[in-house]
Design a protein around this ligand. Structure first.
Ligand code: NZQ
Ligand code: ZN
Length: 392
């Protein structure tokens, strides 16, 4: 196991009705004038925004609001948010929504205190400070409620870029599984796919002897395989929703990936798809991740066999381990299909002729992307090509 620091300072507030406590938590973490930031309308329609406002009023917290965050959140709204916060003297951001809303909130939180164009913070410059931030989560997916990351799309040129800093970690995150019951099945499945991908990106490692994190990863993956079909069949299943919501946090706050090298190439390849086609991040991952697995599995057949046997219940074929590894990947892809995810370019409305543009935007150039297996320009092209024709 490699040396590591594990830092996850967020206070997680979990359970039914807990959003009614958000005013108290804003106060606890020093907010006096809040920006309530939310998405395209689901949180308004469900009455959640009104409940959040009541809670802030009850705690004597002033607020202003900015809705309209789109999935794959855009830089244009971030600029508006920064200006609004500066004009109104906002000292705390409250994100009410999913990963897109949280990431947009993080960008505003950093941008308000940055003396320059906030996009520089998504182009290599380190985020040193940010306004404090709280979250009321409405979808189990991106894990941004516990992560130090934020991903924003620059409208001009459709550039999707991320940044990460501990100052972007939420002070508190309220996780009420009941809030996720209004999600359409497709969004629930996209979220589940993203959660599994966050674990797989850590599971496929070159670090040896990492039994405890291997087992933690497998526990989260097994939970997702069991609970996702349950919520697709019965959207009001609170217990299954609760398990998925906590799995989404655990998958991405760092815990299951400590002390081991990781691989984020499926995310990198996917971000170009959601930037170009504006598809859901989870849907893009469903197309890319099994394709990436097929391309790299020979690098460590045993690790893929371990996944196949422990997560997807395959029988180990000792005569032909590669067959077991491939069976595990095939079962993963079938699982994604069974929960309603696309598994190839056509099902995502992506086009084979765009592959050179996708790889160019990745910016690999003549170099290599680090990971479980290093990828050069041609490797990236080949993985996209597998994804074009993927089938069950
Ligand atoms: O905008 P509204 O109307 O709220 O609708 C949203 C949106 O259309 C809807 N929704 C959310 N909660 C709902 C609901 N509809 C009904 N009932 C509810 N309770 O769901 C749609 C998707 O929302 P979004 O926030 O985009 O989903 P998600 O949480 O999957 O976030 C995706 C974004 O997060 C980034 C992705 O790249 C993508 O931009 N990621 C962020 C990460 C991070 N910060 O750590 C890591 C991830 O790997 C990921 O890259
Ligand atoms: Zn993700």
């Amino acid at each position: 196991m490699d040396n590591f620091n594990f830092y996850s300072p967020t206070e997680f507030v979990f359970g039914r009705g807990r959003e009614s406590e958000c005013g108290e938590y804003v106060k606890k973490y020093g907010g006096s004038k809040v920006l309530i930031h939310y998405g395209g309308g689901s949180a308004v329609r469900s009455g959640l925004i009104d409940r959040v406002k009541s809670s802030l009023n009850a705690s004597g917290i002033k607020f202003t609001e900015l809705g309209g965050v789109q999935p794959n959140p855009r830089d244009t709204l971030v600029y508006k948010g920064i200006e609004l916060c500066r004009n109104e003297g906002v000292d705390f951001i409250l994100a009410v929504g999913g990963g897109s809303v949280i990431d947009s909130s993080k960008a505003i939180a950093a941008g308000v205190l940055y003396d320059g164009d906030f996009w520089e913070l998504y182009s290599g410059k380190k985020v040193e400070k940010a306004l404090p931030l709280g979250v009321v989560l409405t979808i189990a997916a991106a894990g941004s409620e516990g992560s130090p990351n934020s991903v924003i799309t620059k409208e001009e040129g459709s550039l999707k870029r991320g940044t990460g800093s501990d100052v972007l970690r939420s002070r508190f995150s309220i996780l009420d599984p009941e809030l996720t019951q209004t999600l359409p099945a497709y969004q629930t499945a996209c979220g589940a796919t993203d959660i599994m991908a966050h674990v797989f990106e850590r599971y496929f490692t070159n670090t040896k002897e990492v039994e405890v994190t291997d087992r933690l990863c497998e526990a989260v993956l097994l939970t997702m395989v069991k609970e996702t079909p349950r919520v697709i069949a019965d959207p009001d299943n609170y217990e299954a929703r609760a398990n998925i919501m906590w799995a989404g946090m655990v998958a991405h706050n760092g815990l299951v990936g400590v002390g081991r090298s990781q691989d984020w190439n499926s995310h990198g390849l996917e971000h170009e798809l959601s930037a170009l086609y504006d598809c859901a991040h989870g849907a893009g991952l469903a197309v890319i991740m099994p394709s990436w697995m097929e391309y790299v599995y020979k690098h460590d057949v045993n690790r893929f066999c371990q996944m196949a046997v422990r997560v997807f219940g395959c029988q180990m074929n000792f005569e032909d381990p590669e067959a077991t590894a491939l069976e595990g990947i095939s079962r993963f892809r079938s699982f994604l299909k069974s929960i309603g995810m696309p598994i190839n370019f056509a099902e995502l409305d992506a086009k084979e002729e765009d592959i050179p543009a996708l790889v160019d935007k990745l910016g690999v150039g003549s170099g290599k992307r680090a990971g479980f297996v290093e990828l050069d320009y041609n490797d990236c092209v080949n993985i996209y090509k597998i994804a074009v024709n993927a089938h069950i």
